[in-house]
Structures are given as structure tokens and as C-alpha cells.
Design a protein around this ligand. Structure first.
Ligand code: IPM
Ligand code: MG
Length: 360
């Protein structure tokens, strides 16, 4: 199979973690007889420095022209003082929107090898953590009107949170389809006791759920969901929610699995082209020091193989290789534990790539 991948390394640890994911993709290509062509483009802070904008038109064009997109991370203190519309994060939001990627899949799965790294008590962890958050990605307060104005001598800031029925329907539909390939259970998370957008969300989600009687469906308020994730994460299979609730809950969900550095994500729209990125940020404090955990990005590449290219055997191989190096006790600093071997970003990528090549 031949595929063209646009690569957006971004800022901070972005370049180093993406390099390891490319190493792993090359091991897959070689082992399974595929050909991946990469085109690197700028996004985020580096794009501001090079082109004066966090999302140059040529980056958008290259993403829309590719079979899929792999992204590292954007942002850093260097650009923190910039106004909202030319911050690095604007590049990330812009490319999600430009590619129409409304469905963000973020698995929260505990590798048993990392059970000790989870901050949860052993008896909770032992019940198993394996759920996926389906986050609406191009609507809500992220994309509503933002303004700051002076009213009666003081500043007043406003962020508008719009949701249309079709935006809710399509994301809940995605959650239903994913649930059918898992344990057939969907929890829709909202704040319907306060927000109009959530009351509409609950109504539309209920309508979609009624079309899928084979899926167990329930609603949960977001504050309760935040509590339930740490109290009894085993109850969840698929959680579907709006953009900002999903942003917050996925950081929480990732941490209970041991390290945010392990969690991949897939952002999908109506076609097969997606954008794949780890859910963590650009970690400028450790950038360029070969300390970052590349596994979140490597597992994002595995999701690309699975969801965009339908290469499930290859995706399984990458996931098995990650499990294998964890079994060997290799850990980057974020997930280091007693009796394990501390390795850098490059050595972790090397080990995973080698494990793939050795599988056949
Ligand atoms: C994420 C990040 C982004 C978001 C930021 C960097 C804009 O936190 O992907 O979760 O809020 O979506
Ligand atoms: Mg986030």
C-alpha cells in the first residue's frame, strides 16, 4: 500500500516524538511491504516564526491533499504573550476545522504494566480501565464568538457556546458505531441542569440512542462524570461529550492510566483522512533533551494505520510492540517505576521499531 502522510511536528517536544513515530512507521512499511511518503509542514509557534501565522495556507493545502496527517504538539512560552488569534493553539484549532474533523477519539486504557504508575488505588485499577472518550472537536465554545469589551469602565469577556442539532447528531452517531465494536455501552456527558446547549445535546443524543436499541445508553452530568472517572472508571465503555468537557475529561482520564504521555488520539470527519496526535502538550520544559515519552505519538500512528488506512494487522503489531517494550521494563521518565530501566525518547522509539521488525 502507498500512502502520503503530511507531518506537522510543531513545537517543544513535537519534533522528537514525531521522529520516533516516523521510525516506527518505517519499521511497519519495511516489515509489511508498504510505502509511506512524508511531507513535513509548519504549524503552531514554528509557523508563526517562519511565516507570521500559526496555520499557513500551504500547510492547510498539504493536509487536505494527504491521505492522513500526523501531528506532534504546538505552543510554548515564547508565544504565550501573543493575542488569541495568532497563538500557536489557533493553528491546531484551525487545521481541525479546515479538515472537518468533528470526532476526536481518545482512548483511556491502562497498560497492566503501568498499573503502579496510576494514582488510583490498586483495587480500583484492578477492575480495569478501558474506555474511549468521543469528544466533539469543531463546535461549542472553542468556535463560538470570543470578545473582550469595556462595559461601565471595566473589561467584560464573553465566549459563546453554540451547538446545532446536526453537530450533536453526527458525533453521537460516531459514539454508537464505536460502541458496537466494543462493549455496546454509551454514556453521554453534559450539563443539562444548567446549559441550553446541554439540554439540546441530551434531547438529540436520546433520539440517536433510540435508533440503536442494541447499545446501552445513559446520560451523566459532567461534574458527576469527573468524579466517576476516578471513583469507578470500569463502568465506562464509550463516553461522548462536547468539545470543552471532552478536553477536560480526557486529561483526567489519561492520568488515571499512569501517564498522559501514553495516550494517542484520532480526529476524524466524514472520510477516511484523519489527524493523529498524542493528547499531551508540547512540554517546553523538557524539549530537546531526549526525555519525552514518544508512545502517545507512536500509538497515534497506530490509530492512523487502523482508522485511515484500514491496516489493522499493522496497527495491532505497533500496539503489541509497545506492550512488549513495557514488558521488558523500558520506561521514559514520566512513567518510571522501581525495577524498570530509564530510557530516552530515541531509545524508546528504537526499541519499539526493533520489536516490530522482530515480530515476523
Ligand atoms: C487538546 C489541547 C488543545 C485543546 C489546545 C492545545 C488548544 O488541550 O488537544 O486537548 O484544547 O483542544
Ligand atoms: Mg487538552
Amino acid at each position: 500500500m502507498r500512502k502520503r502522510i503530511t507531518v506537522l511536528k510543531g513545537d517543544g517536544i513535537g519534533p522528537e516524538i514525531v521522529n520516533e513515530a516516523l521510525k516506527v512507521l518505517e519499521a511497519v512499511a519495511e516489515t509489511y511491504g508498504h510505502h509511506f511518503a512524508y511531507q513535513c509542514m509548519d504549524i503552531g509557534g514554528i509557523a508563526i516564526d517562519q511565516h507570521g501565522t500559526p496555520l499557513p495556507q500551504e500547510t492547510i493545502d498539504a493536509c487536505l491533499d494527504a491521505d492522513s496527517v500526523l501531528l506532534g504538539a504546538v505552543g510554548g512560552p515564547k508565544w504565550d504573550g501573543l493575542p488569541g488569534d495568532i497563538r500557536p493553539e489557533k493553528g491546531l484549532l484551525g487545521i481541525r476545522k479546515a479538515m472537518g474533523l468533528y470526532a476526536n477519539l481518545r482512548p483511556a486504557r491502562l497498560f497492566p504494566q503501568l498499573a503502579d504508575a496510576s494514582p488510583l488505588r490498586r483495587e480500583i485499577v484492578e477492575k480495569g480501565i478501558d474506555f474511549v472518550v468521543v469528544r466533539e472537536l469543531i463546535g461549542g465554545v472553542y468556535f463560538g464568538e470570543h470578545k473582550t469589551e469595556e462595559v461601565d469602565g471595566e473589561l467584560v469577556a464573553t465566549d459563546v457556546m453554540p451547538y446545532a442539532e446536526h453537530e450533536i447528531r453526527r458525533i453521537v452517531q460516531v459514539a454508537m458505531e464505536i460502541a458496537k465494536k466494543r462493549r455496546s455501552c454509551v454514556t453521554s456527558v453534559d450539563k443539562a441542569n444548567v446549559l441550553d446547549t446541554s439540554r439540546l445535546w441530551r434531547k438529540v443524543a436520546g433520539q440517536v440512542a433510540a435508533e440503536h436499541p442494541d447499545v446501552a445508553f445513559s446520560n451523566m452530568l459532567v461534574d458527576n462524570a469527573a468524579m466517576q472517572i476516578v471513583k469507578n472508571p470500569a463502568q465506562f465503555d464509550v463516553m461522548v461529550t462536547e468539545n470543552m468537557f471532552g478536553d477536560i475529561l480526557t486529561d483526567e482520564a489519561s492520568m488515571i492510566t499512569g501517564s498522559i504521555g501514553m495516550i494517542p488520539s484520532a480526529s476524524l470527519g466524514d472520510g477516511t483522512r484523519g489527524l493523529y496526535e498524542p493528547i499531551h502538550g508540547s512540554a517546553p520544559d523538557i524539549a530537546g533533551q531526549d526525555k519525552a515519552n514518544p508512545i502517545g505519538t507512536i500509538l497515534s500512528a497506530a490509530m492512523m494505520l487502523r482508522y485511515s488506512f484500514d491496516l489493522c494487522r499493522e496497527a495491532d503489531a505497533v500496539e503489541a510492540a509497545v506492550a512488549q517494550v513495557l514488558d521488558q521494563g523500558l520506561r521514559t521518565a514520566d512513567s518510571m517505576a522501581d525495577g524498570c530501566t530509564l530510557v530516552g525518547c530515541r531509545a524508546m522509539g528504537d526499541a519499539i521499531a526493533a520489536a516490530i521488525s522482530a515480530q515476523t
